[in-house]
Design a protein around this ligand. Structure first.
Ligand code: HEM
Length: 480
């Protein structure tokens, strides 16, 4: 089956969807015997519910996954059992903190006003063609650096500076994708020889590690100037995650010596890397596909604008053109929420996931699972099945998410899987919706986005569903 996959690599997610449709949504992939590339692929909601929730303990990321995703270190994405539980509860306590939400809101509002809107304004005035995906990548990179490291590298500005570390991320993710489609013996050999994709990966890692370790060192130096946590709290009322983790460790070590993980530099590096991938490219991908869909569906765009005007128009003493909305305000935008869900259904930023079965099992659909089987779940295919979404499953219809009472219809996560399901559900789901709504409202109220004629939106070959050639657009003034 491998030659067929390689032949269809440019449309791998649609190819997988076609094959899964023909085989009742679950099937086996058999590579040549010497490659050990045998996978069980599924996008059946009942199987997914079984893997992600009901038999959660039997389906782990496993050692093979950690090898492929080596660059992630031992962070939340790659770990299992106790280590994962530690990361999860640590991040959960940080994300649920009201202070953190306020810090996030301020950071995003500042970046929107200070960088995103001025950059789009400049592109509008110059009448130049810009890559909206690149703009979102820079925007989310600056945001995630500020939130995680407390440092804004200012990638997003009108001169579009080259930021090596920002590029290094994309390259590392593309190389990880290749590790999924070539036999392990091949990528191991390339790694050993340091050529091709593996060389790209090593170089990208070096660039990234240099950046992050220098941020950790300067943060340690900065914090060492203070005698205790209350002094830091006074001078930094809203702090980044790195400082919080460093201070937390200090506090906890005073209380107990039996800490599961030491917050040393490697731990901080791995946590930061995982949060970068979690919170940066996913948002870029979601926003890029969303704006492409909106450009193709002007009626949806008009309805979103209508909803914003109804809630925050001139009658409500709001200057929507010059102000950015707050977290509380965007909660009112129900139709926009539906439109974002619809876009995430069709283009899930993480298009597939991999799990390993510890013990033998039988799926609800009747498939026998042998111990150690690698299971691939196609999140992309799950958004495109008639059995789940109806005959119009390939259409972009935000209305399918809106109830008669004008609220959001709840769809169980094992059907709407874009944020994962079960105990490993995405921790940043609510934060993502807030951030995306703030960005969409700020852009749509100020600008019209037109996709350049002839530009084809093709998915990239990466673990995150970005657009291969970016999203080329022209920007004009919005007359509200
Ligand atoms: C549109 C945006 C996003 C989407 C579609 C998304 C989707 C996902 C998916 C599918 C997973 C499971 C991945 C796996 O286990 O292999 C995941 C996990 C995770 N996400 Fe998100 N994510 C988004 C944004 C964010 C943001 C902004 C953050 C926080 C900064 C975040 C934090 C996490 C974390 C920490 C996990 C690991 C959860 C665990 O393993 O327990 N995500 N996300």
């Amino acid at each position: 089956m491998l030659p067929k996959v390689l032949w269809n690599l440019h449309r791998i997610h649609d190819f997988a969807t076609d094959i899964l449709k023909q085989h009742g949504r679950t099937g086996e992939f058999m590579g040549p015997w010497f490659t050990k590339m045998n996978y069980l692929i599924t996008s059946d909601p009942m199987n997914v519910h079984h893997i992600m929730s009901k038999s959660f303990d039997n389906y782990v990321k496993g050692p093979e996954f950690r090898e492929i995703f080596q660059v992630f270190g031992l962070g939340i994405f790659t770990s299992d059992s106790e280590t994962w539980r530690y990361h999860r509860s640590l991040l959960l306590s940080l994300f649920k903190n009201r202070k953190f939400e306020m810090f996030l809101e301020k950071t995003i509002q500042k970046k929107l006003k200070g960088s995103l809107i001025p950059t789009l304004e400049y592109a509008k005035q110059q009448g130049i063609e810009v890559d909206l995906q690149d703009i979102f990548n820079r925007f989310t990179f600056d945001n995630i650096c500020s939130i995680v490291l407390g440092y804004d590298p200012n990638c997003l500005s009108i001169d579009f500076p080259h930021v090596a570390c920002e590029k290094a991320f994309n390259e590392a993710e593309e190389s990880i994708f290749y590790r999924h489609v070539v036999p392990k013996s091949v990528w191991k050999l390339l790694e050993w020889l340091q050529i091709g994709e593996e060389r790209k990966m090593s170089e990208a890692c070096k660039v990234f590690d240099q950046f992050i370790y220098s941020c950790i060192a300067s943060k340690r130096e900065e914090l060492s100037k203070y005698n205790n946590k209350s002094q830091i709290d006074e001078s930094h009322p809203q702090v980044d995650l790195l400082s919080t983790l460093m201070m937390m460790r200090e506090e906890e070590s005073k209380k107990s010596q039996s800490q599961t993980l030491v917050h040393d530099d490697k731990f901080l590096r791995d946590t930061a890397f995982n949060l970068f991938v979690a919170g940066r490219d996913t948002i870029t991908s979601a926003l890029t596909w969303f704006f492409w869909l909106i450009a193709k569906n002007p009626l949806v765009e008009a309805k979103i604008l209508e909803e914003i005007k109804e809630n925050f128009g001139a009658n409500n003493n709001h200057d929507i053109k010059h102000n950015v909305l707050s977290i509380e305000e965007v909660k009112k935008l129900v139709y926009l929420h539906g439109a974002l869900c619809e876009s995430l259904r069709l283009f899930p930023p993480i298009p597939f996931e991999s799990k390993q079965a510890i013990n033998g099992d039988v799926f609800p659909s009747g498939y026998h699972v042998s111990p150690n089987t690698t299971i691939l779940v196609s999140l992309y295919s799950m958004g495109r099945f008639e059995e789940i979404w109806g005959k119009d499953c390939l259409e972009f219809k935000p209305e399918r998410w809106i109830s008669e009472k004008e609220g959001i219809i709840h769809v169980p996560s094992y059907k709407f899987i874009s944020f994962n399901a079960g105990p490993r559900t995405c921790l940043g789901k609510d934060l993502s919706f807030m951030q995306m709504k703030m960005v969409v409202a700020a852009i749509l109220c100020n600008f019209c986005i037109q996709v350049v004629e002839g530009h084809e939106a093709k998915p990239s070959l990466s673990i995150v569903l970005l657009m291969k050639d970016g999203l080329k657009v022209r920007i004009t003034k919005r007359e509200v």
